[in-house]
Design a binder for this molecule. Structure first.
Ligand code: TMP
Length: 215
């Protein structure tokens, strides 16, 4: 059985990633592919417990370095228990956020040294790297307004990260755009300002062109 493909969705707040993960999963499913949809931080029982710790509380509850270590603790458990077993049995894994979020949130916007993050990638991720990363790009004010509407509609308070200031989110956007520009063989920048249907079609074009889900 050939190893499955690993697709990640990345971007700032309110970019619509979760909706698009669901739509892509439905399309891959219709193409007859076994798909595992998952998210970070989270995606395994241990990592979901860490998620609850890291996303709740005041914005300064954890320093960026502590966040980095918590994210990587969660990520390692997620890889061991969910991602690697799925890829090895030939399933495709579609993940809402992965290692680029640590580079952008804790590194680009939080000032954690790139050397620490690179060392964690080497030793904790090992060979588990995305085959394709869709980087959702959106003006910061549009994203934060969408995230606020979503938080109200779902009855959830904003997360620690949504409550960080505008300057933090501008740095975040820059960091994600730099990642996409630096690794064009892995990343596709998606204009997330369009309608759900337009974005869905852009995502499907990228997946079809790069990973050939129809064989
Ligand atoms: P989300 O499920 O709404 O995307 O929330 C996850 C939050 O966690 C989001 O604000 C980004 C943040 N995050 C990091 O700061 N670093 C990471 O490595 C990951 C995976 C998420």
């Amino acid at each position: 059985m050939a190893r499955g493909r690993f697709i990640t969705f990345e971007g700032g707040e309110g970019a619509g990633k979760s909706t698009q993960v669901r739509r892509l999963v439905a399309r891959l499913d219709a193409a007859g592919i076994e798909v595992v949809a998952t998210r970070e931080p989270g995606g395994s029982p241990g990592a979901e417990a860490i998620r609850a710790l890291v996303l709740t509380g005041s914005a300064d509850r954890w320093s960026p370095i502590t966040e980095t270590l918590l994210m990587y603790g969660a990520r390692r458990d997620h890889i061991e228990r969910t991602i690697t077993p799925a890829l090895e049995r030939g399933a495709w894994v579609v993940c809402d956020r992965f290692a680029d979020s640590t580079r952008a949130y804790q590194g680009g916007a939080g000032d954690v040294a790139p050397e620490l993050i690179a060392a964690l990638e080497t030793h904790v991720l090992g060979t588990v790297r995305p085959d394709l990363t869709l980087v959702f790009d959106l003006p910061v004010d549009v994203g934060l307004a969408r995230a606020e509407v979503h938080a109200k509609a779902s009855g959830h308070a904003e997360t620690r990260f949504e409550s960080k200031g505008l300057a933090f989110h501008e740095r975040l956007r820059t960091a994600f755009r730099q990642i996409a520009a630096a690794e064009p063989e892995r990343c596709v920048l998606v204009d997330a300002a369009g309608t759900i249907e337009t974005v869905e079609s852009d995502v499907w074009t990228a997946v079809s062109d790069r990973l050939h889900p129809h064989g």
